[in-house]
Design a binder for this molecule. Structure first.
Ligand SMILES: NC(=O)c1cnc(N)c2cc(Br)sc12
Length: 317
């Protein structure tokens, strides 16, 4: 490797590491000015040596030309939908059905239900190759160019694995308010809520628009068989996603009983306004894969998970 090739390799490595710390861990290692200076150095070197541009270089996040339309893609593994619970009785019915099926020796994991747009990300040998919307769960729209602009989506994983993951793309509350403020000043129609704003941003044909919308993601599932990665529980899977470099939501709780889940729901019903992003419920999943396999699926959704939905908020008159 000559000096320029070495410097480009080093800048890619540093910018991936700094970008992961800033956008995924929310814990910057270097000041923004240092990040920007290194990024500008890489942009200049790539301009002089286009043959040395890495496909997953941080400079390659925002594509050039707008698309003509979105291709349809079939997910390698169908994307789940969850049955809903609206009150404590529904939750205790869910718990009772599980006990009747597998006995009492199991535990739950509770997670925040992010109010955004469900997405699927495909990586081959650790490189981000395709991203899609959920669509009908089987066929979605290919929105790779737009998802590449989301800084919390790694373009290269920490391990060279081939994997398909699922998560939620969302717009933080502050970004939503700023976007609507600027749209109001321009006399444009306002977005009704952050979910619509995130969905609208990811359905733009020009990636530069998506790049300007400050979207983020939480990744919360592996498509298909987690056991293929040596994992045998949901909690371990979430930790594995983090080791690969994905942003996973830290507000999750290992719960021994449905009472613990209800306490978690009550706490977040209270604390929901303090979050930087919107949630529309709490997802409860039986933790161990062996138990999930025993419980199986209905025609539409897993028997081992349920989404508690917060009551619809009173429209502010
Ligand atoms: N953590 C999770 O499982 C989770 C979080 N947020 C969501 N909007 C969804 C939707 C499904 Br389906 S699962 C899930």
């Amino acid at each position: 490797m000559n000096e320029i090739e070495q410097r480009i390799a080093e800048l890619n490595k540093l910018l991936h590491e700094y970008g992961h710390a800033y956008y995924v861990l929310d814990n910057p290692i270097v000041p923004d000015a240092v990040y920007d200076q290194l990024l500008n150095e890489l942009i200049a070197l790539e301009k002089e040596n286009p043959s040395l541009i890495y496909p997953d270089s941080p400079t390659q996040r925002v594509g050039g030309t707008p698309l003509q339309g979105f291709k349809k893609v079939t997910h390698a593994f169908p994307m789940l939908s969850l049955s809903n619970a609206f009150n404590e009785l529904d939750l205790r019915d869910f718990d009772r059905r599980i006990r009747q099926a597998i006995g009492d020796d199991f535990s739950y994991v509770c997670e925040l239900k992010i109010d955004g747009l469900a997405i699927s990300l495909r990586y081959e040998d650790g490189i981000f190759v395709q991203g899609a919307t959920r669509g009908d769960g089987v066929v979605g729209e290919e929105i790779t160019a737009n998802l590449r602009t989301i800084r919390s989506i790694p373009l290269r994983l920490k391990e060279p694995v081939t994997i398909e993951v699922r998560g939620e793309a969302y717009m933080p509350k502050k970004s939503f308010e700023a976007l609507n403020q600027s749209r109001q000043e321009k006399g444009l129609e306002l977005f009704a809520n952050p979910r619509n704003a995130a969905a609208g941003s990811l359905r733009q044909l020009d990636p530069k628009i998506a790049a300007s919308r400050n979207l983020s993601t939480f990744i919360y599932a592996i498509g298909g068989d987690g056991e293929a990665y040596g994992i045998d529980s949901h909690a371990e899977m979430l930790d594995y996603l983090e080791t690969l470099g994905f942003p996973s939501n830290k507000e999750r709780k290992f719960c021994e009983t449905i009472d613990d889940c209800i306490a978690f729901i009550n706490m977040w019903t209270e604390n929901r306004p303090n979050l930087a992003y919107e949630i529309d419920g709490i997802v409860i999943k039986v933790n161990r894969y062996a138990h999930q396999d025993e419980l199986g699926y209905t025609a539409k959704s897993p028997r081992w998970a349920i989404a508690y939905k917060f009551p619809a908020e009173e429209a502010i008159t």
